[in-house]
Design a protein around this ligand. Structure first.
Ligand SMILES: Nc1ncnc2c1ncn2[C@@H]1O[C@H](COP(=O)(O)OP(=O)(O)OP(=O)(O)O)[C@@H](O)[C@H]1O
Ligand SMILES: [Mg+2]
Length: 601
């Protein structure tokens, strides 16, 4: 039973391996003229090799039998052939390299835009280290695949076939030996390849684990040091890299072993040709020059097999890396299949969503959501309305699903059932990029990219001028601290603005959202409390920003909930209570006990 299952997985792996090779070849075919170009150069190389060996056989037999070179031009032609062969090999390598560079950069771009399309719901799944390994290493591994492996595969079709045809015309027994031994060598290669493939894939898995581990340690260095766990973690990293070393050595062992077996098979085959030609020469059944010609051709015939043997390893590494890469490319956006009620329209134009200057009307109708790897729903039958020009606060215990609701509204997640609509247009049917241009978002932990403060502000509105940026910063209360920095708005931020305090980051993030001036604002307040002054400024900025737009705030501060026009109280994935602060307090229900637990009632 177990064996059958194993065989099935094996077969599936082999099939997906074949599929990966086919896709990689298709990528190369996509580059105009790559295959015909390499094939043409290979054909020229074949012609040069045959001519070179023919001339060599004539020159040697002249020297051997006549003690002189009958035609000195033969020597010059021979030198020209040797030079031409090197030039052709160089041209082929250059040509393949150019193709590889363009395929790699295309792949990286596609992969990156696909990741952006998949959004944070995909990248959040704890695969950052692996993703980095794939974006950088896996794509680089394809270099050898396109510059070495594919040209060797094409070469192995063209050169031996040309030589066999030639040999048959001069000496059919040698041609026959070549015809029989060549497929045998290919069979050996395939046999070793199937075994080594699994190992190469394991090696990839181990390398991804190592990168994730490194990333994890670097990001958590502060925590590790404080808890005195840095030595333990160093040991873990050491163990991961040692596992990687072991699997790499095993892969290399197979690679060397396969190289040796192929060399041996090729040498035996050459010996077979040589022995039978030698015997016939001694017996006088064959004249010297053609015999020598065949003898010189034989090593050239088996050379592409040996080259492919050494490049086979590059091919396998490339295909194992590409398999990971294609897995990401094949991950589909979760678009769900939702029944849209008749009063909700499907396609919205920008005008439909910006007709009300006070913001958007958002409806959640019977929205349910379960995370892919979770066993129970996070949100159940959510019904609520966010009105233009109002501030709606989400409150409730930790883990009750507040951020999940925000992620659904942002378009990062897709509901399992139910409808989210904006001005009666179905949000889930809109292109993510289209929908997200109507949203300004202040996350709980805002992210700042490496660049100046100004560049980070302008991310939300690239064509804004300095005055607009400054105005937004003034309104969010960020201007005062920015001005005090020696380089002001041109202060470079690095490492997610680690030099700024929590309150400063928050105000900067609010300024960024203000600059965007979108009809819907979603804000996830930080749970950690800021110093009173920062708190005051951030709250004022939020109130300011909430005018003239639809605002949804995941509230952790008393001031926010007190000011809210409507509070949605979450409890275990459902909306348990709604109303204004005072109404909810007098109810003495979940809301008031929630505030009590926070100690802010
Ligand atoms: N990517 C995920 N995969 C699986 N479960 C998740 C994922 N993200 C969140 N959850 C789970 O969903 C539930 C709701 O999470 P959510 O982040 O929405 O809570 P929250 O109300 O925002 O909490 P907090 O106030 O602490 O921010 C939690 O139990 C959480 O563990
Ligand atoms: Mg949250």
């Amino acid at each position: 039973m177990e064996n059958a299952a194993e065989n099935k997985t094996d077969l599936k792996n082999r099939k997906s391996g074949m599929h990966t090779h086919r896709r990689l070849f298709a990528l190369a075919r996509g580059v105009h003229g790559f295959f015909p170009g390499i094939a043409f150069i290979s054909l020229l190389i074949a012609a040069v090799v045959i001519t070179q060996m023919y001339l060599l056989s004539i020159v040697i037999s002249d020297v051997f039998l006549l003690n002189k070179v009958s035609n000195p031009m033969h020597l010059y032609y021979l030198i020209a052939c040797i030079a031409l062969r090197s030039i052709l090999l160089w041209v082929r390598e250059r040509f393949a390299q150019q193709t590889a560079v363009s395929i790699k950069s295309g792949l990286r771009q596609n992969l990156f835009s696909h990741l952006i399309k998949l959004g944070p719901a995909y990248t959040r799944t704890g695969k950052t280290g692996e993703l980095i390994a794939i974006l950088m290493e896996a794509v680089e591994k394809l270099d050898d695949y396109f510059t070495k492996y594919i040209p060797s595969v094409i070469h192995i079709i063209i050169l031996p076939v040309t030589i066999i045809i030639f040999t048959f015309s001069i000496d059919w027994p040698s041609g026959l030996i070549m015809t029989i031994t060549a497929p045998l060598i290919l069979f050996f290669m395939w046999l070793i390849g199937t075994y080594a493939k699994k190992l190469t894939q394991d090696q990839w898995g181990q390398m991804s684990r190592l990168s994730s581990h490194f990333l994890d340690v670097l990001q958590g260095l502060k925590t590790l040091k404080i808890f005195g766990m840095n030595h333990q973690e160093a040991e873990n990293v050491y163990k991961s890299s040692d596992d990687f070393r072991i699997i790499t050595m095993r892969v290399l062992k197979v690679a060397f072993l396969s190289g040796m077996v192929l060399e041996l098979a090729a040498s035996i085959s050459i010996a077979l040709v040589a022995v039978q030609v030698g015997i016939r020469l001694i017996e006088g059944m064959m004249s010297f020059q053609p015999g020598l010609f065949v003898l010189l051709l034989a090593p050239e015939f088996y050379l592409p097999f040996r080259t492919l043997g050494s490049h086979h390893h590059a091919g396998m590494e490339g295909s194992a890396a590409a398999q990971k890469l294609f897995e990401i490319m094949d991950t589909q956006e979760d678009s769900g299949s939702i029944k849209v009620p008749e009063n909700v329209s499907l396609s919205a134009s920008p005008a439909d969503l910006s007709k009300d200057p006070k913001g958007l009307t958002i409806h959640f109708k019977e929205v349910c959501f379960t995370y892919p790897d979770a066993d129970k729903p996070v949100l159940q039958n959510i019904n609520c309305t966010l009105n233009p020009g109002t501030l709606t606060a989400l409150a409730g215990p930790t883990g009750s699903g507040k951020s999940t609701l925000a992620r659904l509204l942002l378009g990062f997640l897709h509901p399992d059932s139910g409808i989210i609509s904006a001005n009666n247009y179905c949000v889930m049917e809109m292109e993510k990029e289209f929908w997200q241009q109507f949203i300004a978002y202040v996350p709980q932990h805002p992210h700042f990219f490496n660049g100046t403060i100004l560049e980070n502000l302008l991310m939300s509105k690239p064509h804004a001028n300095m005055d607009e940026a400054e105005h937004a910063a003034q309104r969010s209360g960020a201007h005062a601290f920015i001005e005090q920095l020696p380089q002001g708005y041109h202060t470079p931020l690095t490492d997610n603005a680690s030099r700024l305090s929590g309150g400063e980051k928050q105000r900067l993030a609010i300024a960024r959202a203000l600059l965007k001036d979108a009809p819907l604002l979603i804000m996830d307040e930080p749970t950690s409390s800021l110093d009173p002054e920062s708190e005051q400024r951030a709250a004022e900025a939020t109130e300011l920003i909430a005018n003239n737009r639809t605002t949804l705030v995941i509230a952790h501060r008393l001031r926010t909930v007190k000011n809210a026009d409507n509070i949605l109280v979450f409890n275990k994935g459902t909306i348990a209570e709604t109303g204004r602060h005072n109404e909810l307090i007098s109810k003495k229900g979940i809301y008031s006990s929630y505030l009590e637990t926070l100690g802010i009632n």
